[in-house]
Design a protein around this ligand. Structure first.
Ligand SMILES: C[C@@H](C(=O)O)C(=O)SCCNC(=O)CCNC(=O)[C@H](O)C(C)(C)COP(=O)(O)OP(=O)(O)OC[C@H]1O[C@@H](n2cnc3c(N)ncnc32)[C@H](O)[C@@H]1OP(=O)(O)O
Ligand SMILES: [Co+2]
Length: 133
């Protein structure tokens, strides 16, 4: 079903400040950043091995990242798993009784097709399914 960890999503208060840590201290390199308006986030990607760290700063006060930071502080907000066919993966999850936040794919960073599973269905982790070329 899932093929690899596509990325690890980390909620931060300030992207530039967080990038200083990931680049200057850990030595990762930012491969790009963009705003994903539908999710009310600005994201930066830092590849490592065959996966990536995704840093997320909220662009609006009522976005999912703003809410997360307000309730829990900065930290790991989601884990994204790569799937080959997201429509099939969503149907499979639903047939197994998993509560989907997104029953249809949305578009995420880099034009990937994404869909979230509710953490109440996944032992407490917000999981993103992600299909990209
Ligand atoms: C750009 C894109 C990309 O990769 O391309 C992205 O990643 S966008 C990444 C940002 N986008 C998203 O996260 C979109 C999907 N997320 C959502 O729809 C929301 O954030 C929810 C996950 C439904 C949470 O919504 P909300 O904060 O309103 O609900 P809530 O506070 O009532 O939380 C309901 C329960 O879920 C738990 N909960 C909330 N957020 C959680 C998280 N990130 N990880 C684990 N558990 C979490 C709460 O503690 C609570 O449990 P208790 O009841 O036990 O206290
Ligand atoms: Co993500």
């Amino acid at each position: 079903m899932v093929q690899k960890v596509d990325h690890i999503g980390i909620a931060v208060k300030n992207l530039d400040e967080a990038l200083k840590f990931y680049e200057d201290v850990l030595g990762l390199k930012c491969a790009g950043s963009e705003v994903v308006e539908e999710q009310k986030v600005k994201v930066a990607f830092l590849p490592i091995g065959d996966t990536e760290v995704e840093l997320l700063e909220s662009t609006e006060e009522d976005g999912p990242i703003a809410k997360y930071v307000e309730k829990k502080g900065e930290g790991i907000q989601h884990i994204a798993y790569r799937v080959a066919n997201i429509e099939e993966a969503i149907e499979e999850m639903k047939s197994k009784g998993i509560r989907m936040i997104d029953e249809k794919p949305r578009y995420g960073a880099g034009g990937a097709k994404i869909a979230f599973l509710h953490p109440k269905s996944t032992h407490g982790v917000l999981i993103e399914l992600c299909e990209r070329d």
